[in-house]
Design a protein around this ligand. Structure first.
Ligand code: BF8
Length: 622
């Protein structure tokens, strides 16, 4: 493919050219080597769950290989594979959430001196919401109790996870009727592994219902806990301004990029980088300071709360190193390409891992625990500073000027912006100034021209007076396209433009990282409750145009199971089963009031989402 087909951005294209000139392999080169992919795997009809196989089910109906050695047909194999895919995604988000409970418990017990409670009001509010008394009690006692209650969400004791009470009664009833009510995060994930062992759940719809339950445990527990506790520990985001694209790297400074997901690590790196003694050390080696930039979701976490600049999203991660201007990439877990170790090795860049759960051969490892976080963060920043002396100026190329972006739209911030209650937002929706709301979330995937779908869909929806919410890797895409600034409202339809102008907000609101999609769930639940309807009655939808990960699939499934129609730019590996494909794209509508739309053209996707929104508006009499 031509470079123009790999990414829509000039900063990416410049770095792809540089990588090619320097003989550095990137994700696009490896995709080409891997193409064409195994057709059976694409269809989801390969099974490696036991050693009587591995098996493949032929797509040719009526011929040979219609069943695996155990007798499983295409429906069973596809459902089992998809179920495990969802379990992987739910595990990723939820284990991240659990890490935050451990920090909160450590803070309460006085064992994590580097962390604290930055949003005390939210601690009390959430504790009260979950039935924990706060009056006359110390913050640490309340925090300890909150941690205990939330640890309970991971086990198997309860009938349902704690935050499920946020969902409208009618939705909870639907889940109950379908056997979809998530009980405990670990329980649903373990049960998914059990069900998909040979000889268990051999009925595709049954496996898919449990996949939805597992995804709901992610959305309404694992991810929601991650979001709420991050706010309590590190502060609830409020609107602020920052910048985005590779131009945020500074020629004369020590550049440290934080990559991964959990703010437990990146917050400490940022705090260490701001310490006077380390800034002085940077000056000693000839730099004018220390610049911390963000990649992917941990970048989003720090962008939302601390306003750090965003260097890029998923497909910019390798390319950021190719600038030759990065002293260290500090990672925790998830979405970190192992190739970054090799690319770092082509420069002076230190690739530093921090989690025992995510070790990379060839990386420098600092085991960060809540108890030693700041001490280790200081050592890491010192290492990065010292690497500056090895930077080869002749190989440095920082493309493009950074663009301004606005961030920090937590639900608390959105409600504050519209006067404290959801009513003004609902009024704007009723009168059609905002015709609907779509959350565009998720990733980059080298199979798409980077960000072309993410940006194309956002722009098409804005024109239809549909407010767009973004998280995860779509954030940087929207930011680079100028959609995260109030001036971006010029690209919106007249109604949305008027609302944005009156409030001074962008037409695309940045709500955080991927676990923060839980904020969107909560907002939908709040709007539904206020209107006295179910989530599936609202003129809202979701989309993950360029998704790639198990986590993104889990998000899509919990959105649909929560009643939010969800568009995907390409299908998961389920097309080998008519039953599973039909259930995902049609049948779920009858069960949960929403379904998946698969569409690769952004304009067409916008049309289809708009159709749903229009129908819901009619249904509500708006
Ligand atoms: O959790 S959007 S590429 S970084 S999976 Fe990964 Fe996708 Fe980016 Fe964050 Ni989410």
């Amino acid at each position: 493919r031509k470079i123009e087909e790999l990414s829509m951005w000039e900063d990416a294209r410049a770095m792809i050219r540089k990588a090619q000139a320097e003989g550095i392999e990137t994700v696009w080169d490896r995709l080409e080597e891997q193409t064409p992919h195994c057709r059976f795997c694409e269809l989801g009809t390969t099974c490696r769950n036991c050693t009587m196989g591995p098996c493949r089910i032929s797509p040719k109906k009526g011929g040979k290989m219609q069943r695996g050695v155990c007798g499983a047909d295409a429906d069973v194999v596809v459902a089992r594979n998809f179920g495990r895919f969802i379990a992987g995604g739910a595990a990723g988000h939820s284990d991240h959430g659990r890490d935050l409970i451990e920090v909160l418990a450590g803070v309460a017990e006085g064992e994590c001196p580097d962390y604290g409670i930055r949003d005390k009001a939210k601690l009390v509010r959430i504790a009260e919401e979950l039935g924990i008394k706060s009056e006359g009690r110390s913050e640490m006692d309340i925090a300890g109790d909150l941690a205990e209650v939330l640890f309970g969400d991971f086990g198997s004791r309860k009938a349902e996870v704690a935050f499920l009470k946020r969902a409208p009664e009618s939705r909870r009833e639907t889940w109950k009727q379908l056997g979809m009510t998530p009980r405990g995060v670990d329980r649903e994930i373990a049960e998914m592994m059990h069900r998909t062992h040979m000889g268990c759940d051999n009925d595709a719809p049954s496996t898919l219902i449990h996949a939805a339950r597992t995804a709901l445990a992610d959305g309404w527990a694992g991810s929601m806990i991650g979001t709420e506790l991050s706010d309590i520990i590190f502060g609830t985001p409020t609107p602020s301004e920052s910048t985005a694209n590779l131009g945020v790297l500074k020629k004369d400074q020590v550049n440290i990029l934080v990559h991964g997901h959990n703010p437990v690590v990146s917050e400490m790196i940022l705090a260490a980088a701001r310490m006077p003694e380390l800034v002085a050390r940077a000056k000693d080696v000839g730099a004018s300071g220390i610049n911390v930039g963000g990649l992917c979701c941990t970048g989003n976490e720090l962008l939302m709360r601390q306003g750090i600049p965003m260097a890029g999203n998923h497909l910019m991660t390798e390319l950021s190193i190719v600038t030759g201007a990065v002293e260290a990439v500090v990672v925790d877990y998830q979405c970190i390409m192992p190739s970054m170790v090799q690319i770092s090795g082509c420069y002076h860049t230190r690739f530093i891992t921090t989690s025992g759960k995510a070790r990379f051969t060839g990386a420098t490892h600092f085991d960060i625990h809540p108890e030693n976080a700041m001490e280790k963060a200081r050592e890491i920043v010192a290492l990065a500073v010292d690497a500056f002396a090895e930077r080869d100026a002749s190989r440095v190329e920082i493309p493009h000027e950074p663009v301004p972006i606005m961030t920090g739209f937590s639900n608390e911030a959105i409600l504050a912006a519209v006067g404290g209650t959801p009513d003004p937002l609902i009024d704007a929706m009723k009168r059609g100034a905002i015709r609907g709301v779509v959350g565009i979330v998720g990733c980059n995937n080298p199979k798409f021209t980077q960000d072309s779908m993410n940006v194309g869909l956002a722009k098409a929806l804005l024109k239809k007076d549909i407010l767009v919410l973004v998280t995860g890797c779509v954030t940087t895409a929207a930011g680079k396209a100028g959609l995260l600034m109030p001036e971006g409202a010029e690209m919106a339809g007249p109604g949305l433009k008027e609302v944005c102008g009156a409030l001074g907000i962008p037409p695309v609101l940045h709500m955080g990282s991927c676990v923060d999609n839980a904020r969107i769930l909560q907002l939908c639940a709040l709007l539904a409750e206020t209107c006295g309807v179910d989530i599936s009655d609202l003129p809202v939808a979701a989309s993950s145009p360029e998704w790639y990960s198990e986590k993104a699939a889990a998000i899509g499934l919990y959105a649909v199971a929560s009643g939010i129609e969800t568009h995907l730019g390409h299908p998961p590996n389920i097309l080998g089963s008519d039953t599973v494909t039909h259930l995902a794209t049609e049948g779920l509508e009858d069960l949960v009031g929403a379904r998946f739309i698969i569409e690769k053209d952004p304009e067409e996707a916008a049309e289809r989402l708009d159709k749903r929104i229009t129908a819901k508006r009619v249904g509500l009499g708006w």
